[in-house]
Design a protein around this ligand. Structure first.
Ligand SMILES: Cc1ncc(COP(=O)(O)O)c(C=O)c1O
Length: 314
């Protein structure tokens, strides 16, 4: 954030009435978001990050609903479904390009299914085929969650526009990935039917006044983020081209703010881990059959250059 914006933010936030409970209906903010996302009011719920919204969705389900989770994908779908004792069906993604199998959802064993799609997918960086997702939405016994945490970095169309068409669709958004992770602000968009169910579970003051005010400010100054998003996308493409040239790495194309890589073999992995430690580089590693994979978050130009320079000397 520029110094100028930081100063204006500090000025704005100081007038927040922290002696009062937050406005649990968040009237002002809803109007701003309605205009910003071009969607109908009443179709929002806010969360303390979208993690909380995932938890609210899963808490509201009856125990006979099957939770369908692609693998690999964002781990919280699985973690929260498991601690709520829900039935889980893992959808194994295609090994080459990590897309959904064409028959995803066709052999449903239960009448009630919920699907979680990170769009683009974390950690693979690709979008699933939107026609497969739309096909699942056509079955009214399904609930489909399209989690657009990383969509700001992609040029694919959001599912928000389908909300009036499908009342079994939920779209999640967060401000975490564009530079406001500490504020903890997530949004859930859906038609009225599901929103009513979630409102029964949601705690009334789950998002604090400082966060609500901050989001008002940042929506008004969104161009600041747009500049940074463009820079990140630009850096991602540079990093991707450089990673592709590293012989022992297979880099996957990404529409998010990270790049998934796969090392050639276990021998390289041992050396690679030592290399990361020696150079004080922390990137995301995986278990559960993905031991050769790492997810690299796109950093600043200087950080990315450092990584590439280090890799050249590997
Ligand atoms: C796909 C996806 N959804 C949701 C989240 C959670 O975001 P938040 O910080 O809003 O809780 C993450 C965070 O890593 C994510 O990768």
């Amino acid at each position: 954030m520029s110094k100028k914006i930081k100063q204006r933010y500090a000025n704005f936030i100081k007038d927040t009435l922290i002696n009062l409970y937050p406005d649990s209906s968040s009237g002002n903010l809803i109007k701003l978001l309605e205009a910003f996302y071009n969607t109908a009011a009443k179709s929002f719920i806010f969360g303390n990050g979208s993690d909380e919204l995932i938890s609210i969705i899963l808490l509201s389900l009856k125990k006979d609903v099957v939770v369908n989770i692609p693998t690999p994908s964002f781990s919280m779908y699985d973690i929260i479904a498991r601690y709520n004792d829900l039935k889980i069906n893992y959808i194994k993604l295609d090994e080459k390009c990590f897309d959904l199998p064409k028959n995803a959802g066709i052999n449903q064993s239960s009448a009630n299914n919920i699907y979680f799609f990170s769009y683009p997918n974390n950690p693979t960086g690709n979008h699933f085929d939107s026609d497969i997702i739309k096909g699942l939405l056509e079955n009214k016994n399904n609930i489909v969650v399209v989690d657009e945490a990383y969509i700001y970095f992609s040029n694919k169309e959001s599912f928000i526009k389908y909300i009036p068409e499908y009342d079994n669709l939920i779209v999640l958004r967060t401000f975490s990935k564009i530079g406001l992770a500490g504020l903890r602000f997530g949004m859930l968009f859906s038609g009225g039917r599901l929103i009513n169910e979630f409102n029964k579970i949601k705690l009334p003051f789950n998002v604090n006044s400082l966060t609500l005010s901050s989001i008002e400010f940042f929506l008004d100054n969104f161009s600041e983020f747009e500049k940074n998003i463009k820079k990140t996308v630009n850096q991602r493409e540079k990093l991707y081209s450089a990673l592709k040239k590293v012989g022992f790495i297979c880099a996957y194309p990404s529409d998010a703010n990270f790049i998934l890589i796969r090392l050639k073999d276990n021998k390289i992995k041992t050396r690679f881990n030592r290399f990361l430690k020696d150079n004080k580089i922390i990137i995301r590693s995986f278990t559960g059959g993905m031991e050769l994979f790492y997810r690299i978050t796109v950093g600043t130009p200087a950080e990315n250059k450092k990584l590439i320079d280090y890799l050249k000397g590997f």
